[in-house]
Design a protein around this ligand. Structure first.
Ligand code: HEC
Ligand code: HEC
Length: 215
């Protein structure tokens, strides 16, 4: 799908933020506040929105914290994160981690093949490190590293561009370095490749608090 619903964001956001905060189950809260964009089972309604199904709970919580504090910037997500309490963030993150992710493979197998080369070996001629050195060979991720496997290529490309331009900087600069020498073709190729990966999600202990995760 290649819908571009950016103009709809303010309207969707208004709907989401007026929902009552009264005693709701996590599923009801997701339905009221997240499902319009991310889907009830974390399979987003457009490739503009990240698939959250199977994403690591601790990574999800960190992103919500970062949106809330302004470390990561996005108009809609900042407002949404600011409306959540810490326990709600933890519950929603655990809920999305438990959902089953679906892959989004590219039709262009030649492009995805090039992406696999970048993912596994990088590009030594332009100082692009191999993605697997951090994100693992399967792309399943970990508590500190996002799952890339199955993510919408369009969303992946957007984030790679944001890291490259340093608009997104909530990762201590790792991804700015990684994307520095990445060409447009390599960026598209690696996004096409990770979209088709489909390992089992790694289950992490979600009972730990964010501060426990800091080094
Ligand atoms: C109006 C649409 C919309 C709604 C509603 C919405 N989101 Fe998002 N969300 C987005 C967009 C767009 C992004 C990508 C932001 C970017 O480009 O950096 C995003 C990104 C995220 C991310 C970062 C994921 C990653 O892989 O880094 C998390 C976590 C997230 N949303 C959680 C939620 C939760 C939890 C809710 C409900 C409480 C919610 N979102 C509701 C649009 C939405
Ligand atoms: C040195 C370690 C490292 C390497 C190598 C690396 N990454 Fe990352 N990556 C990270 C970290 C750390 C984050 C963000 C964590 C955060 O936001 O808290 C990240 C985030 C991302 C995201 C954002 C995912 C989301 O859901 O928003 C994408 C996309 C990504 N990396 C793709 C790649 C690709 C493609 C490569 C190879 C070209 C690569 N990474 C290589 C460490 C690395």
């Amino acid at each position: 799908m290649s819908t571009r619903p950016s103009r709809l964001l303010p309207a969707l956001l208004a709907i989401c933020l007026v929902s009552p905060a009264a005693a709701q189950t996590v599923g009801q809260q997701v339905a009221a506040q997240c499902a319009t964009c991310h889907g009830q089972q974390g399979q987003s309604t457009s490739d503009e929105f990240p698939q959250l199904a199977g994403q690591n709970a601790q990574y999800l919580r960190k992103q919500l914290e970062d949106f809330r504090s302004g470390q990561r910037q996005h108009v809609a997500m900042t407002a949404i994160a600011q409306a959540l309490t810490e326990p709600q963030m933890a519950d929603i993150a655990a809920y999305f981690q438990a959902q089953t992710p679906v892959p989004h493979a590219s039709d262009d197998t030649l492009l995805a093949g090039m992406g696999r080369y970048i993912y596994e070996r990088g590009n030594i001629y332009s100082q692009v490190p191999a993605c697997l050195s951090c994100h693992s060979a399967t792309g399943a991720g970990s508590a500190r590293l996002p799952r890339l496997a199955g993510q919408h290529p369009h969303y992946v490309m957007t984030q790679l561009r944001r890291f490259q331009s340093k608009e997104r900087r909530n990762d201590s600069g790792a991804m700015a370095f990684v994307t520095q020498g990445l060409s447009e073709l390599e960026l598209r190729a690696v996004a096409a490749y990770v979209g088709g990966l489909n390992p089992q999600p790694i289950k992490v202990n979600t009972s730990k608090t964010l501060s426990d995760q800091k080094p």
